[in-house]
Structure formats: C-alpha cells, structure tokens
Design a binder for this molecule. Sequence first.
Ligand code: HPA
Length: 238
Amino acid sequence: MPTPHISAEPGAFAEAVLLPGDPLRARYIAEQFLDDAHEVTAVRNMLGFTGAYRGMPVSVMGTGMGIPSASIYATELVKEYGVRRLVRVGSCGGVGEGIGLRDVVLAAGACTDSQVNRARYGGQDFAAIADFALLRAAADAADRAGVAVRVGNVHSADLFYDPRSTQLDMFRRMGVLAIEMEAAGLYGVAAEHGARALGIMTVSDLVPSGEQTSSDERERTFGEMVTIALEALVADAA
Ligand code: HPA
C-alpha cells in the first residue's frame, strides 16, 4: 500500500535499500550502478528506484537531511515495504584525530543529541549500533577494493549550524570520528522494527579546518563508497 510519503506499489522495493540523503544521488546510483533500474516513487521528489546489482535485487531511495526525514522513509520502507537491510551512503565531516578528506567511515556506532532513541527506549541511552554482519561485510569489501576505511563512532547531529563551541572538543576527546545527521536515527528505526542497518560515509570536509573536497573528488569517493555498499550487500546475502 502506498504510504503518506512513498507512492510505490506493494513489492516495488527490494529487501535491500541504499539510502543517500540527496534524491538526485539516488537517481545517479540507479543509473550508474544498477541494472534495469526503474523509478518506483517520487512523492515530494524523494526519488526511489529498484534494479539489480550482480543479479541481486536492490533499491535506492533519498532520505532528505536529518534524523526526522530519514526516519520517516526508513520506517515506511521497513514497515510497509518489507525492507530488511538499510545502508546509508552519505557524506560526513571529519573530526577525529588522523581522519582525512576522502576517508571512508563505517559507523559502528552513532552518538546523537537527538531525543529519538530516548523516546524509543524509555528515556534511557540506547546504544545505536550498526548490524555487525553488514559492518564486517563492508570492511571486507573495502579491503578487497584497496580503500582505507575507519570504523568507529560518528555523531548524528540535529544541528548542522551548532552554536555550541565545545562540541568539537568533546567529539575529539571521546574518539568520535565524524559528524553527520542520520545514522543514529536509522539504527534506532532498524532496532525498533527488527531490520538491519549500516551507515557508510565519506569525509567531505574536515570540521576543525574547514577544508573541503572538490566536486570531482566527491564524485569519485562517492562511487567507491557505493561500490563498497553494494558489494557488502551481495556478500552479506550469500
Ligand atoms: N556536520 C553535519 N553533517 C555533515 C557535516 C558536518 O559538518 N559534513 C558533512 N555532513
């Protein structure tokens, strides 16, 4: 059944879905990486596609930015379309010691200042973690591709423009690798509904210095990350 935010027919999504923030990135992934991809939803221009990768059915859909938006799509995909594996592919701001532009970060865990997981977990601190099998498959796929990855905590921020000046020091002190805006919500949705999730992010900027990747570099590293995500899904299904 179509949902308030997704107009696809029942069965239109594969059980595995890649989730970029930007719906145009969803179209790019569908066109460049999937075979026989076709559009399945476009409510609010939040485009979704289904195709195949190495013969495995896979979908890709934009989530928009931030935990509230991503949580709406992830919840409807899992509850109404039978999606079981959710892999976010996005960008992040590097904050950790030694983290570099273009590094690929696998979010083993996601800290947050959002209240969503406390709402789910009786006001207490739920540890928002990646599915271990997907995490291991992604780390292995990156190794095979010769792409260096960092595995650890990210921080899923509610505020992109955060006025608190002490946040960065806290992230570094606590070993957080990078900031982004969705993973903790995605992991909470997956836990609540018995699905499996992983966040893979490339470092698009370094928060302490403000240094950024060029658009060419972003496209290349984005492609590496998408390949890692798709290869991980194939290996995990085997
Ligand atoms: N903050 C939050 N999300 C991000 C950032 C950032 O600095 N960079 C890329 N995604």
